[in-house]
Design a protein around this ligand. Structure first.
Ligand code: NAD
Length: 498
């Protein structure tokens, strides 16, 4: 009998067989587990547990909260292999890629350990006669996270370590397509000494999400996923009076300048376009070549290098990337390739119909290269989220930048050049939140913050790092005077000034 994954509420794994959905092993195409889809009552139970836990947790000294994170980091490192295997089995990414994802998540836990430092607040003495004033950063209460399938460990780790160390309690709703990693993390947090109810995981679909968005006890919602859902989450959460940050989809362009070192560019593009089957929100999916001569060389070199790429099962670490997440997503990616061809692009390398030996039923799409892509094509306007690299040809750097600035997404971008002046102009003027200069995946480290522009992020604050600390706290400013017994002041009816 297949296992049914439940929820983690108030420190306990809770079984739930009422409404379930299949979880697949995308390399074999077989159903590996079932996952419970929480009812509104189950979500409400998790919120209640978090609300009760908040009373003590908010007053737990920050150093003690940070100590839980130190221990949690150790446990994540000890259990690295088990977590990566769960990710591989449900998401399909190769173990070395899963280890990279987890390491990036651990770095967010390391940053959370610094909470006693970044929650110190601000203090001013003598803002008036015998008057002192300070600002402190108080937790919000119960906060929620809703996460996508493509980073089942890292994206939850962007959110809850920071939220919890700031004194909040948390309800996580992970992707129903690869839910096991979150349940595993919950148990490690408990082992690290986190009190019951501070961190809860509910599995589910839209019904669970809508309950989180409308329950008055939830103070803030962090979301990462596709843009249409991000827009919905942001509109609904804010209409219900909640603070919200909603990170959406992407179309990340790399400009290849004529002076770039093309051999380095090719290696860098291969990993950034096809790593994790292109299912990264920072995947480089468009190479904008300045000049036909550059484009011809890039296409020739990449298509030749693509012949040796290996696609297959997560556990064989000689593979470069794995399957895409579902059969439906495989069909969608292949549909974009077909539509590009129908709209006049050239399919230079066609990954459709990839069938690794022994995994013929898996949801595989091989690495695909499409040349002569133009801005009017649907496959350019929308996010493909698969192992597909599109090549566009422009005459000047200005034209390349205009393309990027005109796109609805503004998550990541990169320029390959040896010209410092061009690079500086690019980073100054490009309408994108995360910029690489000869760096294909400019994912900010944990002590900076992660966020795109335009339709890649709804809300004012980016994820994790200093913005994360701001998002999960509320500023309170206190002004204090202890009256001196000799001084008697009369009533004043004008605005107090110095
Ligand atoms: P998704 O939007 O389908 O799902 C994300 C979450 O929303 C899941 O937990 C899901 O259960 C929930 N959800 C789905 N449909 C819903 C609905 N109608 N109402 C309420 N909740 C709903 O995204 P996905 O396919 O899991 O992830 C891939 C997407 O995430 C891509 O677009 C990718 O670019 C984006 N992403 C963005 C970032 C970023 O930082 N900007 C990072 C990772 C992934």
């Amino acid at each position: 009998m297949t296992q049914t994954l439940g929820h983690f509420i108030n420190g306990k794994l809770v079984a739930d067989h009422t409404r379930t959905q299949a979880v697949f092993n995308p390399a074999t195409g077989a159903v590996s587990k079932q996952v419970a889809l929480a009812s509104p009552q189950t979500v409400a139970d998790a919120i209640t547990a978090a609300q009760h836990a908040f009373v003590e947790w908010r007053d737990t000294p920050v150093m003690k909260r940070a100590r839980v994170m130190f221990k949690f980091k150790e446990l994540l490192e000890q259990h690295r292999d088990a977590i990566c295997t769960l990710i591989g089995e449900e998401h399909g990414k190769i173990l070395h890629d899963a280890a990279g994802e987890l390491q990036r998540g651990i770095e967010n836990v390391e940053y959370a350990c610094a909470a006693p430092e970044f929650l110190k607040g601000e203090f001013s003495k003598n803002v008036g006669p015998n008057i002192d004033s300070w600002s402190e950063f108080q937790p919000l209460g119960v906060v929620a996270g809703i996460t996508p399938f493509n980073f089942p460990a890292m994206v939850p780790l962007w959110m809850f370590p920071m939220a919890i160390v700031c004194g909040n309690t948390f309800v996580l709703k992970p992707s129903e397509r690869d839910p096991s990693a979150s349940l595993y993390l919950a148990q490690l947090l408990q082992e690290a000494g986190l009190p019951d109810g501070v961190f809860n995981v509910i599995n589910g679909d839209k019904e669970a999400v809508d309950t989180l968005l409308t329950d008055k006890r939830i103070q803030a919602v962090s979301f990462v996923g596709s843009t249409p859902i991000a827009q919905y989450i942001y509109a609904t959460a804010t209409a219900n009076g909640k603070r919200c940050q909603a990170l959406g989809g992407a179309k990340n362009h790399a400009i290849v300048m004529p002076d770039a070192d093309l051999d380095n560019v090719v290696n860098s593009l291969l990993g950034a376009a096809f790593g994790s089957s292109g299912e990264r929100c920072m995947a480089l999916s468009v190479a904008v070549c300045v000049g036909d001569a550059v484009a011809d060389q890039v296409v020739a070199k990449i298509s030749s290098a693509m012949q040796s790429l290996k696609v297959g099962v997560f556990s064989d670490t000689s593979n470069d990337f794995g399957p895409v997440i579902t059969a439906a997503h495989q069909a969608k990616v292949e549909g974009y390739i077909a539509s590009a061809a129908a709209e006049g692009a050239t399919i230079v390398v066609d990954g459709r119909g990839a069938k690794p030996l022994g995994y013929e039923q898996g949801f595989f799409v091989g690495a695909t290269l499409i040349d002569h892509v133009t801005p009017n094509m649907v496959s350019y306007q929308e996010e493909i989220f698969g192992p597909v690299l599109q090549v566009m040809r422009v005459a000047t750097m200005q034209e390349a930048m205009q393309l990027i600035n005109d796109h609805i997404y503004g998550n990541g971008t990169c320029i390959y050049t040896r010209d410092g002046e061009a690079a500086r102009y690019f980073s100054d003027h490009i309408q994108v939140g995360m910029v690489g200069i000869n760096i294909p995946l400019p994912v900010p480290v944990a002590y900076h913050s992660f966020g795109g522009w335009k339709q890649s992020l709804f809300g004012d604050l980016s994820a994790y790092g200093p913005d994360g600390a701001r998002f999960y706290t509320r500023r309170k400013t206190i002004t204090q005077r202890w009256p001196t017994s000799e001084i008697r002041e009369g009533a004043s009816f004008s605005m107090p000034t110095l």
